[in-house]
Design a protein around this ligand. Structure first.
Ligand code: BDR
Ligand code: CA
Length: 329
């Protein structure tokens, strides 16, 4: 079974892997990509997304640029220290020139879902600004999509920007609140599972030693990303695989082993819990009985070995279709 996926990302290192995984998987039809601010500017995110599909020879997948900052107009903060100045671990292809869609990412979401009602899984792996803008443009959006899956939030795990908040929610809590409150089936792939789905140095060496230039590019890109996680999280060379995990779960390729459907509230206060996803897990002692009106599936457990599938897919991707830059490396 093939799932149509519309991906919205702030394309840094792990988003790049998510795009590669989605574009390569035989059971996914990637119908479009939206670029949002977050790890990097929306301009850089759009360029990196376009570059990623161009390496695969799939530039027919439209990439639309979206929001440049939070929906409230508060200042944007970026994560260059995690993903590098270019969002590609500082090894990005400087020669690449991106050709982007003429519409905004929010307009693209509305157009594609109106044209194919009930068929497209929206998968958002950056701040949720573009999705909130699309909801404002088309209030029927929850009925037009198959469902939405987000990488973001944390139910029981600590945050990764503040003690309470995960980055994608922290960047734009008001947009995230609009997304969580909309009446659609929402899957939350948060830090509870993504902090346990790791790429190892052995994976990176496998990428670097691959016959294909795309895998070697990814192996080089991950060097910078690994340095961040070594110093700030794990104490050894490795990284999380946040965004690709959301793609696999959103497209029903990876079925989580524990995902209760519960109510979730996003903290939009200016207190210490700003950006927290407060998940009602009080039913855990009774096997999570149904909660009235709950529509969020909070992923609490999934296969921690999932990263091996992504590495295998990227290693099998072959050589870049670009005639200069990446393919020459
Ligand atoms: C999320 O924040 C970004 O840095 C990553 O790309 C991921 O989407 C993890 O908190
Ligand atoms: Ca991301």
């Amino acid at each position: 079974m093939t799932t149509k996926v519309l991906l919205d990302c702030d394309t840094g290192c792990d988003d790049t892997l998510a795009i590669l995984y989605a574009a390569l998987h035989p059971n996914i039809e990637l119908v479009g990509i939206g670029a949002v601010w977050g790890n990097v500017t929306a301009d850089i995110a759009a360029r990196n997304s376009a570059h990623t599909v161009a390496m695969l020879g799939k530039s027919h997948i439209p990439v639309a640029k979206g929001a440049e900052g939070p929906i409230t107009g508060r200042p944007a903060e970026f994560a260059y220290h995690v993903h590098g100045d270019d969002g590609q671990g500082t090894v990005g292809d400087k020669k690449f020139v991106a050709r982007l869609a003429a519409e905004s990412a929010a307009a693209q979401i509305v157009r594609l879902t109106r044209a194919d009602p009930g068929e497209i899984e929206l998968i958002a792996v950056g701040p949720m600004t573009n999705i909130a803008l699309a909801l404002a443009l088309e209030p029927e959006l929850p009925r037009l999509v198959r469902g939405i899956t987000i990488m973001g939030g944390a139910a029981l795990a600590p945050g990764n920007v503040t003690p309470a908040a995960e980055a994608n929610i922290w960047c734009d809590p008001e947009a995230a609140a609009a997304v969580f409150n909309a009446p659609w089936r929402l899957r939350m792939v948060g830090l509870d599972v993504t902090m346990r789905t790791l790429l190892t140095e052995a994976d990176r060496q496998q990428l670097l030693n691959s016959d294909g230039s795309i895998a070697r590019y990814v192996g080089r890109m991950l060097d910078f990303y690994f340095a961040f996680f070594t110093q700030n999280a794990f104490g050894e060379r490795s990284s999380c695989m946040h965004d690709a995990l959301a793609v696999a779960i959103g497209a029903d390729i990876l079925v989580p082993t524990l995902a209760p459907k519960v109510s979730v509230v996003v903290d939009t206060s200016d207190g210490p819990a700003r950006g927290q996803t407060i998940c009602d897990l009080r039913g855990q002692y009774r096997g999570y009985p149904e909660q009235d009106g709950a529509h969020c599936e909070v992923i609490l457990e999934s296969d921690p070995g999932f990263a091996r599938h992504v590495v295998a897919a990227v290693c099998a991707a072959g050589n870049s279709a670009l005639t200069d830059g990446v393919s020459a490396l």
